[in-house]
Design a protein around this ligand. Sequence first.
Ligand code: SDX
Length: 409
Amino acid sequence: MRYGTGMAASPRFNPLLRAGKPQGMASSAVGTAAPVFRPGLEGVPATQSAICDIDGLQGKLTYRGYEVGSLATNSSFLETAYLLIWGELPTAAELQAFESEVQMHRRVSFRIRDMMKSFPSGGHPMDALQASAASLGLFYSRRALDSPDYIAAAVVRLIAKIPTMVAAFQLIRKGQDPIQPRDDLAYAANFLYMLTEREPDPLAARIFDACLILHAEHSLNASTFSARVTASTLTDPYAVVASAVGTLAGPLHGGANEDVLEMLEQIGTEDQVEPWLDRAIAQKQKIMGFGHREYKVKDPRAVILQKLAEELFDQFGHDPLYDLARKLESVAAERLGPKGIYPNVDFYSGLVYRKLGIPEDLFTPLFAIARTAGWLAHWKEQLGANRIYRPTQIYTGHAERQWVPQGAR
Ligand code: SDX
C-alpha cells in the first residue's frame, strides 16, 4: 500500500471545472480554469466508495449491496459493522472472533473515567464523547497506518470503547461511578445495561440493536466527509472519529434527533399541528427530522424506525407523541411533499429511544456509537487509496492593497 503519495487510480474528473475545460490537467493548469461554486458541494462526487449506496428517488439504501431493512431484520450490529468495514459478511468463526475481541476491549482506562469526572456535568454528552474519543490517541499513540494489524486493533478498540464512554459520562454526570461492562451480554444489551444499570428486556435490546444497524452508515454525509478529510492527512483513527463526532453533533445533522422531540413537545396537541406547521413554513423555519440532500421520498430508515417504534408501543405502552408525529408527517406531506421533503432518519428514532427510557441528550451519542462503524469503514477505504483532500476556493475578498498605519485608520 502507498500512503500519502497520491494514487495512480485516483479519478481525475473534476466536477468543479466548467464543462468544456480539459480534464486530467496538471495542477498548475487547474488554477487557470474558471471554477463553478456549488454550495454544500451538492452533487459533487468527493470520493469513490464501495461501502454504501443510496437511491434517493426509490428510497433504497444498501450496505455493501445488502438492503438495510434485511440487515436490520436478520443481522446484528457487530455483524453489520464487520460487513461495512471488511467488505463481506463474516463466517460464523469470523463473527465470533470479532465479537469476542470487541468484548475484551470494552473497558476504558480509569484515567479516561477520571478525566470525564472533571467535565462539567451540565455539558452536552456529544462534547464529552468527542473529548473522550480524542483522548484515546494519547493512550494508543503508536501509529502504523500501513499495518493491517494496527487497523484491525483500532477498529476493535473504537467500536468497543465508544459505547462504554457514552454510558460512563451518563453515570458520572449523575454523580455515580460508571459500571463495568458485562461479558455475558451482547453489544446492544450491554450498552443499555451500562447506561441504566439494569439488564434490558430482550425486545428492547433487539430493537436497539436494529437502530444501531440503521444508523451505521450513510455514504458521504457531513460527519463521514469530515472523517475522510481527517483520515486523508494520515492522522490517527481516534482523531478521525473525534472530528466526525464533532460534525455529527450539529442540528442539521445527527443533532436533529434530539430536536425532533423538543419540536413535538412544543407543538403540544394534534389540533395544533396544522397552524404550527403553517406558521413554521411561513417563517421559513426548518422542520426538524424532515428533508434530505439525497432522498426525495421518505427515508427508508424512517419507515423501519416507525415500525420499530410501533413494536415497542405494543409491548410497553403507547406514546401520545407518536400520534402527533404521524399527524405532522401527514400534514407535512401535503405542504412539503411536492418539494421532495419527507421524514428522514431522525424523525422517528427519538420516539424509539424515548420508549427505551433514554434521555434526549443521549440520542445523538447513540447515533455516534452506530456511525463509528461507517466512519471506520471510510477511514480504512480512504487509507487504501489516499490522497489528501485539498479543494480550492473562489476568493471574494479585496484586491491587494497598501498597509495603513494605525493612526491613519
Ligand atoms: C442526517 O446526509 C446524510 O446522509 C445525513 C444523515 C446520515 O445518516 O448521516 O441522513 C443524517 O443528518 C439527517 C438530517 C437531519 N437534519 C434535519 O432533520 C434538519 C432539518 N432538515 C434540513 O435542514 C435539511 O433538509 C437538510 C440539512 C437535511 C438538507 O439540507 P439541504 O440539502 O442543504 O437542503 P436545503 O436546506 O438547501 O433546503 C432546500 C429547500 C429549501 O427551500 P427553498 O429555499 O429552495 O425554497 O428545501 C427546504 C429549504 O427551505 N427544506 C425544508 C426542510 N429541508 C429543506 N423546509 C422545511 N423543513 C425542512 N426540514
